[in-house]
Design a protein around this ligand. Structure first.
Ligand SMILES: NC(=O)c1ccc[n+]([C@@H]2O[C@H](COP(=O)([O-])OP(=O)(O)OC[C@H]3O[C@@H](n4cnc5c(N)ncnc54)[C@H](O)[C@@H]3O)[C@@H](O)[C@H]2O)c1
Length: 280
């Protein structure tokens, strides 16, 4: 490895974990976000830029070893907002990497690219068993992210690793997340594996910890070198005491996308909620 890893969306939740931990794993970090980063680490380069600005992204990619693309809207929103930040942003990232000669791009995809997939009653879903079935415009942007990654791998020979992340949070806070949680340590381990795997070509892997209740298969992620060290089950007793065992007739538990696959996540509903005055 020569140049730094460019991390887009570096000021966000996952970006902050990566900025803290990738250097310990031998990666220099060049951070990029529209929001300035308050606590820039020694040795970290910082760029304040919009990921949809192709010229700025070519400059940001120049001299980088790889790109980890996190920037964008991380939940459901309106179509204009999602298509601009997430789809234009992913295009600009891949195109800038190509123009700057960066060989590898790691893309933060999401389980919501496949969110209408019925949750398996038993057994584990491989990535191939969960083709695109987005549950939201956000999910469409992640399915498009994977499609753009596939194009840039096939047409231009880039190595593109898409991480279909479950729920990357400090700890699980819902019963669903007992299955879908990706711990902070495992998030860093998965990105590190995606950066290190020798010539992965185009790959799509689930991003989930080795949770007792998970329904996603980890064979493909392990083939990259990922070894999960966490299991959400340590939080099960306290979450089940509050929420009870999941009700299989509850629509939230019928589909892998959970709440995103319900009417509450219709973009019109989200827009109305955003426009509504604050509850007193
Ligand atoms: N956290 C999760 O559970 C989860 C699950 C699945 C996928 N993901 C994906 O991982 C990525 C990071 O998620 P997160 O939880 O850290 O989100 P986050 O909202 O905390 O961080 C996103 C960052 O992107 C930046 N950003 C947004 N638009 C930008 C633009 N146009 N140009 C430059 N920067 C921009 C924001 O300022 C923010 O710092 C997202 O792409 C998200 O969709 C996250």
């Amino acid at each position: 490895m020569s140049g730094p890893v460019l991390v887009t969306g570096a000021a966000g939740l996952i970006g902050t974990w990566l900025r803290g931990s990738l250097p310990e794993r031998g990666w220099a970090v060049r951070s990029l976000d529209v929001a300035p980063i308050a606590d820039v680490r020694p040795g970290e380069e910082q760029l304040v830029a919009d990921v949809t600005d192709l010229a700025a992204m070519v400059d940001a990619c120049t001299g980088a070893t790889a790109v980890v693309h996190l920037a964008g809207i991380a939940t459901e929103s309106t179509w204009p907002a999602i298509s601009h930040s997430n789809i234009e942003g992913t295009y600009a990232t891949l195109e800038a990497a190509r123009r700057a000669g960066v060989q590898r791009v790691v893309l933060a995809s999401s389980n919501h690219a496949t969110g209408y997939t019925p949750r398996p009653e038993q057994g584990l879903l491989t990535e191939a068993e969960a083709p695109h079935r987005p549950d939201t415009y956000y999910g469409v942007s992640k399915a498009t992210m994977e499609a753009l990654g596939s194009l840039y791998a096939d047409r231009y020979g880039l190595d593109v690793v898409c991480l279909r992340i479950g729920s990357a949070f400090p700890e699980p806070t819902t019963v669903r997340q007992l299955a879908t949680w990706l711990s902070p340590t495992d998030t860093v381990g998965l990105v590190d594996a995606a950066l290190r795997a020798p010539s992965p070509g185009f790959a799509v892997v689930w991003g989930v910890s080795d949770n007792t209740r998970r329904w996603w298969d980890l064979t493909a992620a392990r083939a990259l070198g990922y070894e999960s060290v966490d299991d959400a089950e340590v939080y099960a007793a306290e979450l089940l005491e509050v929420h009870g065992e999941p009700d299989p007739t509850d629509p939230v538990h019928a589909r892998v996308g959970g709440e995103y696959a319900t009417a509450a996540f219709d973009a019109d509903v989200i827009e109305a909620r955003q426009a509504a005055p604050e509850e007193p």
